[in-house]
Design a protein around this ligand. Structure first.
Ligand code: ATP
Length: 267
């Protein structure tokens, strides 16, 4: 069955190892989501309901999507993505129907993780929205959350960078009642992230990731990822004058020169 853009299943095999910093946050996610997905019997025995919804909030590019994907692949759960802005624009007039279908499918194929990116765009405070349609989408989402059989087998993870702008009703018990802040990385976090994004790169010995971490205050994971890719491209551009693009194979002595240097990170 063909999947629309909102429902890409993620077989990417992203693991917790691919997430830099955020150790405490990953621990919380594992407790709140992975444990009930893997061992619902623990919660049954205690007589408590595992969380149905977890809200990840923090600035763009800090790894919210990455964390959701990692839990899904580490638990072998289905991963269904809903993009907040798209569900309103692309399925205009059919957003509620689309949401219902996604939740149904998630329950049918449980264990599943539904990831709602930019939830603020589909669930703004109902008092503040003008359109009838938005109001109905929020109401539909609330009722779908309430209707989830809470055995921990379907978990909805939502991401936002504006936690205070979403409808309060969504944050009440039994809905998105757990929150984890995913913040901007500190120096050590930046170093961990740089390590991850240079893992497969030929890096010259004089490159100190610690030094780069020192001077990239304010950079989030997405920025650091681009920085590493830019450095690699810079290294490539250095040797392109020596390459004959039409040649069958690049000579080994040129390949040997393809190393990312300290200066490549500076430019
Ligand atoms: P948005 O709110 O814009 O959707 P997000 O918090 O969901 O942002 P991600 O999509 O998870 O951010 O991150 C974008 C990219 O940045 C990731 O694919 C990854 O390459 C890199 N990245 C972000 N955070 C981290 C991190 N903590 N460790 C490693 N890579 C990261």
């Amino acid at each position: 069955k063909e999947k629309s853009a909102e429902e890409i299943r993620v077989p990417e095999g992203i693991s917790y190892e691919d997430i830099g910093g955020l150790k405490r946050e990953i621990q919380l996610v594992r407790e709140m989501i992975e444990l009930p997905l893997r061992h619902p019997e623990l919660f049954q025995k205690l007589g408590i309901e595992p969380p149905k919804g977890v809200l990840l909030h923090g600035p763009p590019g800090t790894g919210k999507t990455l964390i959701a994907k990692a839990v899904a692949s580490e638990t072998d759960a289905n991963f269904i993505t809903i993009s907040g802005p798209e569900i309103v624009s692309k399925y205009y007039g059919e957003s509620e129907q689309k949401l219902r279908e996604i939740f149904e499918e998630a329950e049918k194929d449980a264990p599943s993780i539904i990831f709602i990116d930019e939830i603020d765009s589909i669930a703004p405070k109902r008092g503040e929205v003008t359109g009838e349609m938005e109001r109905r989408v929020v109401a539909q989402l609330l009722s779908l959350m309430d209707g989830l059989k809470s055995r921990g087998e379907v978990v909805v993870i939502a991401a936002t960078n504006r936690p205070n702008s979403i409808d309060e009703a969504l944050r009440r018990g039994g809905r998105f009642d757990r929150e984890i802040e995913i913040g901007v990385p500190d120096r050590n976090g930046r170093k961990q992230i740089l390590l991850i994004h240079t893992r497969g790169m030929p890096i010259q010995e004089d490159v100190s990731l610690g030094e780069i971490a020192d001077v990239t205050h304010g950079f989030v994971g997405a920025d650091l990822s681009s920085l590493c890719k830019e450095a690699a491209m810079h290294a490539l551009r250095r040797i392109t004058p020596e390459i004959d693009i039409e040649e069958e194979e690049i000579p080994q002595e040129i390949l040997d020169k393809l190393v990312v240097t300290k200066d490549d990170f500076k430019e």
